[in-house]
Design a protein around this ligand. Structure first.
Ligand code: ZN
Length: 276
């Protein structure tokens, strides 16, 4: 079977494009993830996503199939779908991922303009990656009649690095500590009731606005709700790391057929040069 390498963040993202074939109940999913205690903290959607990732790590892709996919217009370099790499040492697989937010003026002009803007930046990627890239943005500002340089965002690339020397036991201890912490917040005398009211919200902002609407918040409650959501994400991410660690997976390798049907594209840095 032909396979290729992808980054950890792409691997996690790929999980969102997959669905499990058989119907496992949500009870079974929670039991498989980390036991009952998680149920108080994460919602069903998060549990299902984590479950898919666990299956990817532990069983490969035999029982998974593609789910419908969505396109994000938010980022400049989103024209390029996620990339796969044929060479494990490809520098693009290791390097930090650089991107920019599509400026509001462009967004306001609709989907076609966004695509045109993204395509231009994508085609001139080399200029964009130059340090400094002021000259590139000066041209873009004139060409697209925008006032400000797009805001840069740096997503620290998860790359292919393994989890170093953290032992399974240490990871479990950290997860247990976070679960305990989340439970403590859920039963906090001041903020507990508010957290319990919104703990399964799909996003922190949804949770906070829901609390504001219901007058269930103040400055200190908001702080604790934010801490709760941070802790929840820490647990979800640590569980992913735990499954990886337990499985002995050393890099994120995926069958090419899956990557292609998930619209992953060959990396320009390693997939073409290796054939010539
Ligand atoms: Zn590559």
């Amino acid at each position: 079977m032909e396979t290729a390498y992808i980054t950890k963040s792409s691997y996690k993202r790929l999980g969102k494009a997959l669905v499990v074939d058989d119907n496992v109940s949500i009870d079974e999913i929670f039991a498989a993830l980390y036991g009952e205690s998680l149920r108080q903290i994460i919602n069903s959607k998060e549990a299902k996503d984590l479950h898919i990732r666990k299956l990817m790590i532990e069983e490969g892709f035999a029982n998974l199939k593609m789910a419908p996919r969505r396109f994000s217009p938010a980022y400049v370099l989103s024209v390029g779908n996620p990339k796969f790499h044929l060479i494990k040492d490809c520098s693009y697989l290791q390097s930090d991922f650089l991107n920019f937010l599509v400026p509001p003026e462009i967004e306001a002009q609709g989907h076609d303009k966004v695509r045109e803007f993204q395509e231009y930046c994508e085609e001139n990627r080399k200029e964009l990656y130059k340090e400094p890239n002021d000259a590139f943005w000066a041209i873009v500002r004139i060409k697209f009649k925008i006032k400000n340089t797009p805001k840069q965002i740096s997503i620290l690339n998860s790359g292919v690095h393994d989890l170093g020397d953290i032992s399974v036991e240490d990871l479990q201890a950290a997860i247990d500590k976070s679960i305990k912490e989340a439970n403590r917040m859920l039963h906090d005398p001041h903020a507990g009731a508010s957290i319990r009211a919104v703990r399964y919200a799909r996003h922190i902002n949804v949770a906070l606005s829901s609390l504001t609407e219901r007058s269930l918040t103040d400055e200190s409650i908001e702080k604790t709700v934010r801490a709760f959501f941070d802790t929840k994400w820490k647990i979800i991410n640590s569980l992913f790391d735990l499954y990886v660690k337990q499985s002995g997976l050393r890099s994120f390798v995926v069958p090419l057929t899956i990557l292609k049907s998930a619209s992953f594209e060959p990396c320009r840095g390693c997939c073409f040069s290796s054939k010539s």
